[in-house]
Write a protein that binds this ligand. Structure first.
Ligand SMILES: *Cc1c(COP(=O)(O)O)cnc(C)c1O
Length: 328
């Protein structure tokens, strides 16, 4: 069975670097959504907690329940209110019309739409939202926003930051002790984190981006069979790869059912050992030159992201939860 190896030392190193950058573990919110970007939320949770992380963000209540024994504060980012919210969790409030649906006393972080126009309440509606939150007896404990293009050199980052500053000032008139957070991984590289803010870090935890971080995840597959592909013979569906000379090949136990993009046999898709995949990927296996019993498929998701014209987030998050994750 294919295995995902999680490098504990690399993860801890990354978290330490991040904490150094933002002013301590206490100011870090680790984004653990979607199984911690495919790395395995329950595997990483004790490591993060033992270093001093007490705050994480997840996608859903289901993900929050998985982590409730590890962290004091769990923020749920993509919740649709149903009136039975858990008083121990914190919910990101994404739309003003949903305030009335939340259960009384639910802890809320209000999402401000500072310019991304995806989720949240615009600054002009903030006072109205604060009034409704009070009327419906929700517990406002924080304000957040998200940047649309912190990773690009556009002015919108600064405009959004200014808008958030306005929202913070306004909210502070009505509430004390609010917690503020806006920066994601990319924003951390753009500017200094404001003194009164926490930082929500996703991808950089796992070694992607600057700061000289270390990649945490590597994907391994194991040999199913081997043979000599004779000169002129083809391999796999459609026979799109034909051997120009006799070649020792093997098939490995990982395919597109495991959450990988399906390689269609065109172009050079480089594996962790420098060899390339041969022929089309199957549902549960792929072939390449014989590389021994264990083969590193990748230890840097950028290689697959570049090949499939996407971002490393997508490569990592799609890795099927059923693949065993182990600490190494
Ligand atoms: C996913 C997410 C993050 C983390 O983003 P990275 O780019 O991985 O650091 C932060 N905030 C919100 C609201 C998110 O959805």
């Amino acid at each position: 069975m294919a295995i995902i190896k999680i490098n504990q030392k690399a993860y801890e190193y990354n978290l330490r670097q991040i904490a150094k950058k933002v002013g301590g573990f206490k100011r870090v919110i680790c984004v653990f959504k979607d199984n911690a970007y495919g790395h395995g939320a329950k595997l990483l949770a004790p490591l993060a907690r033992n270093l001093g992380i007490s705050f994480v963000a997840v996608k859903s209540e289901e993900e929050a329940r998985e982590l409730k024994d590890f962290f004091e504060n769990i923020l749920i980012l993509s919740h649709r209110p149903h009136g039975k919210e858990n008083p121990n969790f914190i919910y990101a409030l994404n739309d003003i019309s949903q305030i009335k649906t939340y259960k009384q006393n639910t802890k809320i972080h209000l999402k401000i739409d500072t310019g991304m126009h995806r989720n949240g309440i615009c600054v002009e509606d903030l006072e109205c939202a604060l009034g409704l939150i009070e009327y419906y007896k929700l517990k406002l404990t924080g304000l957040l926003t998200h940047f649309a293009s912190a990773d690009e050199m556009s002015a919108s980052f600064f405009i959004q930051r200014e808008n958030f500053q306005k929202a913070k000032e306004l909210a502070k008139k009505y509430h004390s002790n609010l917690l503020f957070h806006s920066y994601n991984s990319a924003a951390l590289f753009r500017a200094k984190l404001p003194d009164d803010e926490y930082c929500r870090v996703g991808l950089i935890q796992f070694g992607y981006g600057a700061l000289n971080l270390k990649k945490v995840l590597s994907l391994y597959a194991y040999k199913l069979s081997q043979r000599t592909l004779k000169k002129g013979q083809s391999i796999g569906y459609g026979g799109v790869f034909t051997a120009k000379k006799d070649l020792e090949v093997a098939s490995y136990d990982l395919g597109y059912s495991d959450g990988l993009f399906r390689y269609n046999g065109k172009g050079k898709l480089r594996l962790g050992n420098g060899k390339t995949m041969l022929g089309k990927m199957s549902m549960d296996s792929f072939s390449c030159e014989n590389s021994g019993e264990e083969l590193c498929v990748f230890d840097d998701a950028n290689i697959w992201a570049d090949f499939f014209n996407t971002i490393p987030y997508e490569i990592l998050v799609k890795l099927h939860p059923s693949i065993q994750r182990v600490l190494v």
